[in-house]
Write a protein that binds this ligand. Sequence first.
Ligand code: SF4
Ligand code: SF4
Length: 204
Amino acid sequence: MLEELEEMENKLYKLNEALWDHIPFECTKCGKCCHGVRFINLTIPEIIRISKRLGLTPKKFVKKYCIIDGYYIYLKRKEGKSGITCVFQENNLCKIHDVKPFQCRFYPFYSTRQVIYDTIIPKLFDVRMIRPIIRVRDFDILFGDLLIFLIREPECELSKNIWLNINDLLPRIRPILMKIALLRERLLFNMYKNIAYLMTEILR
Ligand code: SF4
Ligand code: SF4
């Protein structure tokens, strides 16, 4: 079962790389992506990979760096120089960059169904204003964090690149985003279906 999840995760990481080939930009490593109240949710293969990289057992890694909330496992946050940030951020850099979780690699895209659209976004923006730019269905599934990012980090080259090229970019990245959303959903579904067993296995 774990192998199956790992296989799906590897495919996901490859799709994500293909996505970023379409959106080249120079990250100035300002560190803002890791700030704020975002929670990084880990999958079981990610827990295993990061633990190995840190030379810890999954159990020790989870105890030291994670918060367990029901069946969800998140990275801890800490108070940094410029506010709350991820436990692995140091001097604006990621200490586990080579093995960082999918959620960080994919950010500011975020694969979710209705949740953000139904709850947070309508409180912040008039959704009708963005409908002509981003089709609602794409937005529902894929653009939760992206919109917040574009507004929060207008100076970032990534924001400018996406915003200025959105019409040209969307048709090219939409098929990849759809594949990512569906695969991620399948992975999470399979993982949560067997989560009790998986957690007992890796955290024993
Ligand atoms: S906000 Fe932009 S420049 Fe800063 S870390 Fe994120 S991607 Fe890099
Ligand atoms: S794991 Fe790394 S990239 Fe992800 S939020 Fe933490 S410091 Fe940032």
